[in-house]
Write a protein that binds this ligand. Structure first.
Ligand SMILES: NC(=O)C1=CN([C@@H]2O[C@H](COP(=O)(O)OP(=O)(O)OC[C@H]3O[C@@H](n4cnc5c(N)ncnc54)[C@H](O)[C@@H]3O)[C@@H](O)[C@H]2O)C=CC1
Ligand SMILES: O=C(O)C(=O)COP(=O)(O)O
Length: 399
């Protein structure tokens, strides 16, 4: 099997891929437009933020698995992969601590204006008078949007600064929130009104696009801070600029919309020039610790995939099976039995949604569980039962 690694990846983990018997092509500088040609004949594609487009998925005729060596899968055309039966996985939770550390760094930098202090010192300017104005974090309220892996890691760190925590999450993680000392907010607007600092930790899905716009910022306190280390698509840049100018909002960003592809580029962004801004270059996950943890997880996913044919952490498996009925066929473990059973299922026009076949000790008998979208007619099960010397028992159960 051939694996293409189309992003920067720790060297020693490349060796681990090779030790799995994989032929490794390491293309750390590959761009999204080059990827269709590069990934053309690989079975496994590993990427960080390099976009995997429909063109790549369709050009890679042997592709079976795309591993996002990170958390967010918004850079991958998951629909295109699903339409061709290609697994997409990510490495959940493996870079959360790194992002949480950067988030706390941005919150501290916004309060004490550390980058602005440094810039003045670089310019030969001593300005203790100006920079002596800061609020302090103790007793201030941090509003966390999203209480997944990163939201929780930020909560734990902010608690050490004795901040009050409020949170908003779509899925009601009430017990979890309580265990972390997070007071749940019923709506995003309630969170905006209560928070001195808002920090965003939700995925950049289509439905979350532009969630933070005029209406949200208008509810934030004057002079409050907004931190986004998740995705640039989540905030409306123009609304953010307006809130910075009119409501003295302070903004800390690691992510932008749009963001340059690759490691270096010129970058002219309206927010970066405003005095209340601190920012980083989408480096939330870029610590050695996080990248080693991510790489180890990517290798683990590959190992399991090679062994079992199915990867862990797949994000594009249909969770709500269309199956309604299970046809359970106990049969002798002989050549052609399953083919005969399936031929009868086909004859009655029923689609097999899911299927497993489990062999019993001694390999004399097996049980096939065939999941169907609708109940089989009696004539069909009778026909299966009548397969000579092949069938032990047929049952039908709802699913
Ligand atoms: N700056 C960087 O380098 C990095 C950025 N990220 C970004 O952070 C995001 C979050 O990462 P994790 O915490 O690891 O993911 P996660 O999947 O553990 O948590 C996300 C949580 O957000 C919740 N959620 C989704 N939409 C929501 C909404 N509209 N309102 C409230 N809650 C909502 C989900 O239910 C889930 O609990 C990633 O999707 C990625 O975009 C992740 C890693 C590195
Ligand atoms: O894991 C994520 O979602 C990230 O945004 C990290 O991106 P990166 O792998 O550092 O390009």
């Amino acid at each position: 099997m051939r694996v293409v690694i189309a992003d920067k990846f720790p060297e020693n983990y490349l060796l681990e891929f090779r030790s799995l018997g994989l032929e490794v092509e390491y293309r750390p500088e590959a761009s999204a437009t080059e990827l269709p040609a590069i990934a053309g004949d690989c079975e496994i594609l590993v990427v960080r933020s390099t976009k995997v487009t429909r063109e790549t998925i369709e050009a890679a005729s042997r592709l079976q698995l795309v591993i996002r060596a990170g958390a967010g899968i918004d850079t991958i055309d998951v629909d295109a992969a699903s339409a061709r039966g290609i697994y997409v996985t990510n490495c959940p939770g493996k870079n959360s601590v790194a992002v949480a550390e950067l988030t706390v760094g941005l919150i501290l930098a916004l309060d004490r204006r550390i980058p602005q202090n440094t810039a003045d010192l670089r310019e030969g300017q001593w300005n203790k008078k100006e920079y002596s104005k800061a609020d302090g974090l103790k007793g201030k309220t941090l509003g966390l949007v999203g209480l997944g892996s990163i939201g929780q890691a930020v909560a734990r760190r902010a608690a050490a600064f004795e901040m009050n925590l409020v949170g908003y999450t779509r899925s009601p993680h009430l017990e979890l929130a309580q265990s972390l000392g997070i007071v749940p907010c019923a709506t995003l607007f309630e969170l905006a009104e209560r928070s001195d600092v808002v920090s965003v930790h939700i995925p950049g899905t289509a439905e979350n696009r532009g969630l933070f716009g005029d209406a949200f910022f208008a509810r934030m306190k004057h002079g409050a801070s907004f931190v986004n280390t998740s995705r640039g698509s989540l905030h409306d840049t123009a609304a953010l600029e307006k809130a910075m100018r009119e409501r003295n909002l302070r903004v800390g960003l690691d992510v932008y919309n749009p963001e340059p592809e690759g490691g270096t580029a010129s970058f002219d962004h309206p927010l970066c020039k405003l005095p209340g801004f601190v920012g980083t270059h989408h480096i939330g996950a870029s610590t050695e610790q996080a990248q080693n943890a991510i790489a180890a997880e990517a290798v683990r996913i590959c190992r399991e995939f090679i062994k079992l044919g199915q990867p862990q952490n797949a994000v594009n498996i249909e969770r709500a099976s269309p199956a309604k009925v299970q046809l359970i066929v106990r049969h002798y473990d002989r050549v052609g039995v399953l083919a005969s059973v399936l031929a009868i299922v086909r004859k009655y026009g029923l689609n097999v949604e899911e299927m497993t076949n489990t062999i019993f000790a001694g390999a004399k008998a097996a049980v096939a569980t065939i999941r169907l979208a609708s109940a089989p007619p009696l004539a069909m099960t009778t026909e299966i039962e009548d397969l000579k010397d092949q069938i032990i028992q047929v049952t039908v159960k709802p699913f």
